[in-house]
Write a protein of this length. Sequence first.
Length: 158
Amino acid sequence: MGYAEATTLIHAPVEAVWNALNDIDHTPDWVVGLEKAEIVTPGDYGLGAIYHDHNRLGPLPQVTPWHVTTFEPMIRQVHESQTAALPSRMTLTLTPAPEGTRLHMAVEYRFLPRLGVISRILESLVMNRVLTGVLRQNQANLNAYLTRLAGNSAGIKL
């Protein structure tokens, strides 16, 4: 099984980080390669919600369904996807810190599981490193996104 993780300090309060993680309509503003995200189950985003991520794999559009299986407000959420190409479990954990919020993102996955041993080799040689880089970039983007929001709410123009 492949595994990637990243932890960073987000310079915003836990509540702001939590709200940004739950604002599916605006996740394309900070998630690498995401064109659109939408909740497909009735009701609010939270435990049991299913949402779809729309992105591209090269020139091909791709839709990834995610199911929120754990939802502990201001602390942790777990999202699971059972796609054929990349079944995944993503855990997002928030911890208050003096300068803001420590955000830990971890993804357990199988890359092209039908390939068996080749899948595990690709995970260890390529995918773990690539996905770790994507998680780090998403965290940096989220930090910048929240900084822009805080600036705008303070009346500062970008």
